[in-house]
Design a protein around this ligand. Structure first.
Ligand code: SAM
Length: 189
């Protein structure tokens, strides 16, 4: 079952149920301080679509995921929404965006995959574009429910992002426990 979580209907239903009371509202409030309303925004790893719905109130948001099961759910719940099948590492799209957002998605990438993703994010950003991503704070990596999970610090994130983008801030915040998460903002150079 390695790597299957998020890919089967059962696991997607389980995740939607587990995550039903969590949202990235506090992160999106911070995004609104730096990304003007109506901007073209890509969400990577939209999953259940809770954040997509909030983002959709303010932005021209395109949702995405690499899980067909999540994409089926997103399209069924939001028939007027635009959703792309995108892998966070390769981001194969011709579209360009003023902003790119993800909430607890990029921790599934290995260090070298994160660098490839950042390079590609830079390519699909319009000038002055903003990125906003959240991560689990910690050290090392583990396999959880068969999925690779990479923990980060301000220093590992800075190392991955600073070559391509100008880091604006890396802040700790609370998802479940005090300072268990990191929120990164960066701008196209
Ligand atoms: C922990 S869930 C977070 C979902 C949503 N952002 C939220 O806050 O509830 C991780 C999401 O990232 C997606 N994902 C994992 N690896 C991915 C990849 N390489 N490319 C695109 N999406 C990925 C999963 O399918 C899942 O929807």
């Amino acid at each position: 079952m390695k790597g299957e979580y998020y890919k089967t209907r059962e696991s997607v239903e389980e995740y939607i149920n587990l995550a039903k009371d969590v949202s990235g509202k506090q992160l999106i409030e911070k995004l609104q301080l730096v990304l003007p309303v109506k901007s073209a925004l890509l969400e990577i790893g939209s999953g259940p679509g809770t954040d997509w719905k909030i983002l959709n109130e303010f932005y021209n948001v395109v949702g995405s995921d690499n899980s067909i099961e999540f994409l089926k759910h997103l399209t069924a719940e939001n028939p007027k929404g635009e959703f792309l099948e995108l892998d966070a590492i390769t981001l194969k799209t011709d579209k360009k965006f003023d902003g790119i957002y993800s909430n607890k998605v990029l921790h599934h990438l290995k260090d070298d995959e994160l660098i490839d993703s950042v390079k590609r994010q830079n390519e699909i950003l319009n000038s002055n574009g903003i990125i906003c991503h959240s991560f689990w704070k910690g050290k090392g990596s583990e396999i959880f429910k068969g999925l690779f999970v990479n923990y980060h610090s301000a220093s590992t994130l800075s190392k991955a992002y600073r070559k391509y983008l100008k880091i604006l801030s890396i802040e700790e915040y609370k998802e479940f426990d005090d300072n268990d998460s990191l929120l990164l903002f960066a701008r196209k150079k």
